[in-house]
Design a protein. Structure first.
Length: 58
């Protein structure tokens, strides 16, 4: 019920705060490099797979 949901939320918040405090803040150039090298290719592959599945199963 609601107590389990509240417990899960508290655990997730604790983990996010703990990781943020442990690792520190990434620099802008690190974030941009991660976006261009990792996130953009993943999203392009995902879009191609979605388009192919849409054409194949339509």
């Amino acid at each position: 019920g609601p107590f389990i949901l509240a417990g899960k939320i508290i655990v997730l918040l604790f983990l996010f705060i703990w990781v943020r405090a442990s690792l520190g803040r990434p620099r802008y150039d690190q974030l941009m490099g991660f976006a261009w090298r990792t996130l953009l290719p993943i999203s392009l592959v995902y879009m191609i797979i979605t388009a192919l599945l849409t054409v194949f199963f339509k």
